[in-house]
Design a protein around this ligand. Sequence first.
Ligand code: IPD
Ligand code: CA
Ligand code: CA
Ligand code: CA
Length: 263
Amino acid sequence: MNVLNQFIERTQLIQEWIYDAAKLIKSSFEENLDIQQKSNRNDLVTNIDKAVEKQFIEKIHQFFPGERIMGEEGFGDEFQNLDGIVWIIDPIDGTLNFIKQQYDFAIMVAVYEDGIGQAGFIYDVMQDKMYSAHKGKGAYCNKKKLPPVKDLSLKEGLVAISSALMSKEEGLARLVGRASSGVRLIGSAGIETAHVASGQLIGYIAASLAPWDIAAGKIIAEEVGLIYTKMNGSSIDLLQKNPSLVATPTAHKEIIMLLNTKK
Ligand code: IPD
Ligand code: CA
Ligand code: CA
Ligand code: CA
């Protein structure tokens, strides 16, 4: 079996695990969450984020022993490099939305091999939309193949920005807002990236995304012809946080030009 088929064969299993995780998340809606603060009052984690991550890790250990796992909540391995097969898990992307809205949050799973994205999954739990992609095989929303994106320019579409970018770099947010059709804020890097991939947005810009915020979305985005880089145009580094930009090729160039004018 070649390497690519090996990752396609994992799809059903991974999606089953994601649907199980979604059930666990939804079953918590009527319960009191145990909420803890991480780096600041807007950086929260719940018992459910932790339980979902542990559930994925248990299953990966059972089915794929020896493969390394990078998880946001710290139950996986430590990483100095991305050699071999690496799972990158964000158990709940949009934890603040999960806590405050019970809406607009996603489960994200990606599988990389020697630093190259092979399979990515973003599940928008409340919309029941499973965005997925395998390297070289296109991207899907549920069973529907996503067409290649139209290469629209900034003025032709809506751009999502992260709330951290809005509060720390309001000058940039204003510039992009003025040059585009408008700015949108959802609060889940995964869902925002999925909406760029499905053509509802033409770009998404975030001040500082962690590897698990990026990993699945980057694979899906690249399969539909989007460009996913750091905000200065250089390659994403999945061993650290990145100021990130994903957009249509034309909007990507335009946003980088705007960033340079700002300096
Ligand atoms: C966060 C969300 C948010 C983005 C933050 C991420 P989390 O992920 O994707 O939209 O602006 O940078 O950390 O912590 O909810 O998994
Ligand atoms: Ca978090
Ligand atoms: Ca996240
Ligand atoms: Ca998370």
